[in-house]
Design a protein around this ligand. Structure first.
Ligand code: SAH
Length: 354
């Protein structure tokens, strides 16, 4: 039993079954045993691989996107380049390197990283040590200073906790995690939350609601001070029903209730719900568009060819397979989507014009 499971069981024994969102929060962010607090989960030796770790092309194109947005904002003398959940700092390093070709943009930029994990902060610090820009770390979005911002969040929102609700004959109940037959198990809280909605849905239907306050705060900032945010994640464009809670460990799917704190726990992003959150704060949204289409519009194929012209045959083959991994419909190209949150005065942004 993991140390975190022992703590979770103690909480359940004294307080009763816990909400799925509380479980997810503890698994990912418990101050001593949380998954992100205790390790670097990324890369071949970790649990999962993200787009910036697949290829430098990803961060480079996002750097070019950020520079284009800055121009569209009227090239302000100062702009924050914000990243939520920067992981190993790879995306930001590639984006800043690509931006050296745009010196006016680079000299306007101050980098602000929002990262909760001390382990990952240390890795980011090392990775970004020699960059010619100022870099500040913040533990949460509310700590960001005011001012126009261009923000990036790749595979950040999927790690924000979701609450789950389950329909029974008498209505909707909170889905909880308790102990049954000596093991952690999903349950339904006895009280009916709303009896009336979705009468036609079968019993057992699950509804997810994400705790997306960081995106609400970021949207409010953008609506007030100007700029845009790029949200990239796996998920669905329309809201729907179903349990999408997913655990991944050593590149394989795992049981979300097994080894709490030792597996990555995420749930699909409901982009329609995220758009509602953003517009409520006075921002507008563009997309979502599939990641494959977005990267092609940004010129990933030309970028790949350019890199291949200077590459060995083995490197050229690796670039091809990275290109496929990021853009092919049966890989990350369709499941991953890109949505922009923008100041209402900003026109159509690069990558969202189709
Ligand atoms: N963007 C990176 C890493 C994705 S993993 C990449 O694409 O490789 C998720 C990242 O979000 C990690 O850096 C994790 O520590 C961070 N994170 C998750 N929840 C967070 C929260 N609530 N506040 C701040 N950072 C968080």
């Amino acid at each position: 039993m993991t140390p975190l499971e022992r703590e979770i069981r103690a909480i359940i024994e004294t307080e009763g079954p816990m909400m799925v969102s509380d479980y997810m929060q503890l698994c990912l962010a418990h101050p001593r045993h949380g998954y992100y607090v205790t390790r670097d989960p990324l890369g071949a030796g970790g649990d999962f691989v993200t787009a910036p770790e697949v290829s430098q092309m990803f961060g480079e194109l996002i750097g070019a996107w950020a520079a284009a947005v800055w121009q569209q904002m009227g090239s302000p003398a100062k702009v924050q380049l914000v990243e939520l959940g920067p992981g190993r700092g790879t995306l930001m390093a590639d984006a800043l390197r690509a931006a050296t070709g745009m010196p006016d943009f680079l000299s306007a930029v101050s980098v602000h990283l929002v990262e909760a994990s001390p382990v990952l902060c240390a890795i980011q610090e090392k990775r970004l040590a020699n960059m010619a820009v100022s870099i500040a770390w913040h533990r949460a979005v509310e700590e960001l200073p005011d001012g126009p911002a261009i923000a990036i969040a790749n595979e950040f929102v999927d790690a924000l906790p979701v609450g789950q609700f389950i329909k029974d004959r008498d209505g909707w109940h909170a889905r909880t995690i308790g102990i049954a037959d000596g093991k952690l198990a999903f349950m339904a809280a006895p009280g009916v939350l709303f009896g009336y909605a979705g009468a036609e849905l079968p019993s057992g239907t699950i509804l997810e609601r994400r705790q997306d306050q960081p995106i609400a705060l970021l949207s409010r900032r953008i609506a007030a001070d100007g700029g845009a945010a790029l949200i990239i994640d796996y998920g669905h464009a329309e809201s729907g029903f179903g349990d999408t809670l997913q655990a991944v460990r050593a590149h394989k799917f795992a049981d979300p209730l097994e080894m709490p704190g030792e597996a990555d726990l995420t749930a699909q992003v409901d982009f329609a719900a995220l758009a509602v959150t953003a517009t409520r704060q006075g921002a507008t949204t563009q997309g979502p568009v599939p990641q494959g289409a977005f990267l092609r519009t940004l010129g990933i194929e030309r970028r790949a060819e350019r890199l291949q012209s200077k590459a060995t045959p083995k490197q050229a083959a690796d670039i091809d397979s990275a290109l496929m991994r990021l853009t092919a419909p049966d890989q990350m190209g369709e499941l991953f989507k890109v949505m922009a949150i923008a100041h209402p005065k900003l026109g159509t942004l690069l990558g969202f014009d189709s």
